[in-house]
Design a protein around this ligand. Sequence first.
Ligand code: FEO
Length: 167
Amino acid sequence: MKQVILDAINQQITREMFSSNLYLSMSAFYAEKNLNGFAKWMELQAAEEMQHALKFFHYVLQRGGKPVIGAIEEPKAEWDLVLSVFEDAYHHETLVTGWINEIYALAKAENDYATENFLQWFIEEQVEEEATALEIVEKLKMIGENPQGLFFMDNLLGQRTAGAQAN
Ligand code: FEO
């Protein structure tokens, strides 16, 4: 694998780990407010992001490269509203999509067909992740700070199981 591709994927490993920490921080925020369904959803999301990091990690190894784990910045820990957390989650996913697209463009420019192929899964995953987060943002906007609505959403999000996204 060319060094430029290796560097980009290694950077993405760290970014996925940051994503995992960010969602775990969001989970902690919700758990403290006794919104345990929201907290569970975010905890499962954190686990999924760790799986994404590992997918990149193993891909580097498969291609004969050495994964490098970089420094991970501290995630945000406080938000003003239940909605703001998911707005940040949605915004974060759009950033991730941009990073994946950048690596894809790089792989294309460098004629690295294997990496292009490998990234297809992430491209599809990002469409799903953005759509899921945005749908929850829209629902939370409808609900506002209405306690009954939040109670309903908390139940709904709490139904998420590993590998599936309840929304
Ligand atoms: Fe690993 Fe949510 O992107």
